[in-house]
Write a protein that binds this ligand. Structure first.
Ligand code: NDP
Length: 286
């Protein structure tokens, strides 16, 4: 029977681990230290508890490893990847942003576009909605899909994976930037000036995507603004929470990735350049 490791038992990781565990798969939750993680959601009678093992202590190679900490925390697990993988292990990096795999040491590694909404506070994960991972379609991901077919994790294999990557980047770039920099929730989308700024950030992202050969209809901006309009005003984004909790943000893989591409193609992206500079500046320390 295939074995599964989930490194980073946070909002996304715990929901993936829970899905696999509940369908009888052999799954190990791997965190910074040994303990427990609890998963709760509105329709659940009782909170589910899962044991967590310390990633540094586990000396077992898994067939599949889901890596589910934030992009900014990736460095912390690099020393342990060797002991957690064998030559055929397939790694699924479940993170927002893009570019993380460029320097990844595992050959069979794919990045999933994550549509799982949750939040971790202490050792309790609240799962709000969705269990969807989108991956490129290839032999390794097809095998994974077959392997976890009995779970309620929805693995979508896309033949147009790059479009999906860029779509999520466009969705993230505006809302994450404006909520983090204003240190405020989706409430700010009620302000017309913020709406305009979001639209400009999305349009600049569309131009960068086009330079990369990924094309979007111009209506996509309205579509994404419509998605934002559906967010409850009290909702924060992960970058907003990282900013107010003084934790490192995933700027490098969202705004930073877009910025590097913009510069490489010599594009004019003043809004992106501004938010990226300010986000980096907010993390500067002596
Ligand atoms: P969380 O902060 O909830 O979870 C990250 C987990 O990784 C935490 O449990 C953290 O432990 C653990 N971790 C960090 N460093 C290490 C380490 N060195 N060894 C072992 N465990 C470690 O993050 P999310 O689940 O929210 O986000 C994961 C990714 O998914 C991000 O890229 C995010 O942008 C993306 N995403 C998140 C969504 C969401 O709704 N939450 C939606 C879509 C994408 P500790 O608690 O001790 O810090």
């Amino acid at each position: 029977m295939d074995t599964f490791g989930v490194i980073g038992p946070g909002a996304v990781g715990s929901v993936i681990g829970e899905s696999l565990h509940n369908s009888g798969y052999q799954v190990t939750f791997l965190g910074r230290s040994a303990g427990e993680v609890f998963v709760e959601r509105a329709d659940m009678q009782e909170t589910a508890a899962f044991p967590v093992e310390a990633v540094s202590e586990v000396k077992k190679a898994f067939d599949y490893v889901f890596i589910t900490m934030k992009g900014s925390q990736l460095e912390g697990i690099m020393p342990y990847l060797d002991q957690l993988t064998h030559e055929d292990t397939v790694c699924i990096l479940c993170q927002n942003g893009y570019g993380q795999l460029d320097t990844f040491p595992i050959p069979n590694a794919y990045q999933a576009i994550v549509y799982i909404s949750g939040q971790k506070k202490g050792n309790v994960v609240t799962h709000f909605r969705d269990r969807i991972l989108i991956l490129p379609e290839n032999a390794g991901t097809k095998k994974l899909k077959e392997s976890i077919a009995a779970s309620n994790l929805e693995l979508q294999l896309s033949s147009d994976y790059r479009y999906e990557v860029w779509y999520k980047l466009l969705v993230n770039v505006a809302i994450n930037s404006v909520t983090a920099l204003s240190r405020n929730t989706a409430l700010i989308l009620q302000d017309e000036k913020i709406q305009k700024l979001c639209k400009r950030l999305i349009r600049e992202g569309i131009d960068i995507a086009a330079a990369e050969g990924v094309y979007f209809w111009t209506e996509i901006t309205d579509e994404i603004m419509h998605i934002y309009a559906g967010y409850p005003p009290y909702m924060g984004t992960s970058m907003y929470y990282d900013m107010i909790n003084e934790q490192e943000m995933e700027v490098a893989y969202i705004q930073g990735y877009l910025y590097q591409k913009s510069k490489a193609y010599n594009l004019d992206t003043p809004c992106l350049d501004t938010v990226y500079s300010l986000l980096l500046a907010s993390e500067m320390k002596e």
